[in-house]
Design a protein around this ligand. Structure first.
Ligand SMILES: Cc1ncc(COP(=O)(O)O)c(C=O)c1O
Length: 418
């Protein structure tokens, strides 16, 4: 055994820390990493004294008052939980079976698949992606995971950092603001049998552009023909069209493939960001394979965070199992979705009048919280310095930062830098 270049004869020697540290403090080997781009942007926006500043960078939903409120149904369910909860003892590695069953129904809506499906509570969408990565690494460490170009900024560090081998497939054409379907299908046709394809179920982050049902069917055809494994990230169910239509690709593929993985996040659609609520689901060939996968996934969890956090999942479970709370949740979800849609239209309309000749119609073709504005890095910088309009370098914007009150100024600022 060796530690810091010094031979250590037994673990007992490790207690001789002062001597070892004198040789070389262990953290001296580390360097400071560059600040996270979005966190840096949030701080810059916070410190900007201008009254008319606009934040289009941050990745959470906001109301027209600029708030990210707790949903009313969440408040009711939390009160119920507070009144009824009798213990804070550990929950099982796989979480609460009732929550898992409710999330499985919300996602797949097909009881006929129950015998082949397992669903596990996980700490948010990110936690569920990390569990899925652990599972994939055990099942096929040599598999390539194909990810859209571009994709959510955290997919690479999260999945690649876990040890998966990632490769990009073309997805978004920045010039025409359309999906590069042929190029995508071409790339996936060259994938090896058993390779994994990461798809965004809806509200593609960062582009906001989702395939139509017809395009999804064509993508599914290639997946089936090539024997690929779909790995679907659904962080925005209900933010594009509705709960069912947003799950189209999952349900379509579940009818056609022997195996697939799905990661859900309840951060956005239940507004439970900091409570860390999500699930990882695996569809297996049959019940016995499903049980094997369950035992392996449980072990991945056990060796990572042991058991998931429970408060947010218990809240979701209460909401989904109570007809009236569920109906009210769907109303609140629709309010968020409709506000995002109307802000897209408002900005597009305002730009039509302030910047005639420029085409921003892709703003309304996209859905969910994000899309690219479609301006250069230099224009992004000018928007920030000259107008106090903040967005990430790629010009990805969070349309939840647009309000009736700021849209005119926003459109004028954009028109001024074009
Ligand atoms: C595409 C995508 N997947 C997963 C996540 C992770 O969500 P969570 O906050 O639940 O970890 C996000 C969050 O922004 C996302 O955009």
């Amino acid at each position: 055994m060796s530690n810091c270049g010094r031979r250590v004869e037994s673990w007992v020697d490790l207690y001789d820390l002062p001597t070892i540290l004198k040789d070389k403090p262990v953290f001296e080997t580390l360097d400071t990493l560059p600040a996270d781009a979005i966190l840096g942007l949030i701080a810059e926006h916070r410190n900007d004294p201008r009254d008319n500043k606009i934040d289009l960078g941050v990745g959470v939903y906001r109301t027209s008052a600029g708030e990210t409120p707790v949903l009313d149904v969440v408040k009711v369910a939390e009160q119920r939980l507070l009144d009824q909860q009798t213990s804070k003892a550990y929950i099982g590695t796989a979480g609460d079976p009732e929550f898992n069953a409710a999330m499985q129904r919300l996602t797949f809506a097909n009881p006929a698949l129950d015998e082949r499906l397992m669903t596990m509570q996980a700490p948010g969408g990110s936690g569920s992606l990390r569990v899925a990565a652990g599972l994939l690494l055990r099942a096929n460490p040599d598999a390539t995971v194909w990810v859209s170009e571009p994709t959510w900024a955290n997919h690479h560090p999260l999945l690649g950092g876990a040890g998966l081998n990632l490769k990009p497939y073309p997805y978004y054409d920045t010039a025409s603001h359309t999906i590069r379907l042929d190029a995508m299908l071409g790339a996936l046709s060259g994938a090896a049998r058993g390779d994994v394809v990461l798809l965004h179920a809806c509200c593609h982050n960062p582009s906001g552009l989702d395939p139509s049902e017809e395009q999804w069917r064509a993508i599914a055809d290639v997946i089936v023909e090539r024997g690929l494994v779909p790995f679907i990230d659904m962080a925005y169910q209900g933010f594009a069209e509705d709960i069912d239509r947003d799950a189209f690709v999952i349900r379509h593929l579940a009818d056609r493939v022997p195996e697939m993985l799905v990661c859900n996040s309840c951060s956005k659609n239940f507004g439970l960001y900091r409570d860390r609520v999500g699930t990882v689901s695996v569809l297996a060939e049959d019940t016995s394979r499903r049980d094997v996968v369950h035992s392996q996934a449980s072990n991945v969890v056990r060796t990572m965070y042991s058991v998931p956090p429970d408060h947010g999942a218990a809240v979701v479970s209460i909401i989904l199992s109570d007809a009236s709370l569920r109906a009210n949740w769907l109303i609140e979800l629709a309010e968020m979705r409709d506000r995002l849609k109307s802000m897209r239209s408002l900005l597009n309309d305002a730009l039509e009048s302030k910047a005639p000749g420029a085409d921003f119609s892709h703003l309304v073709r996209a859905s969910g919280m994000f899309c690219f504005l479609g301006v250069s890095k230099e224009q992004v910088a000018k928007l920030k310095t000259d107008y106090g309009v903040y967005m990430v370098d790629s010009s990805r914007i969070n349309v939840a930062g647009i309000t009736e009150a700021n849209v005119e100024y926003l459109a004028e600022s954009i028109a001024a830098v074009l």
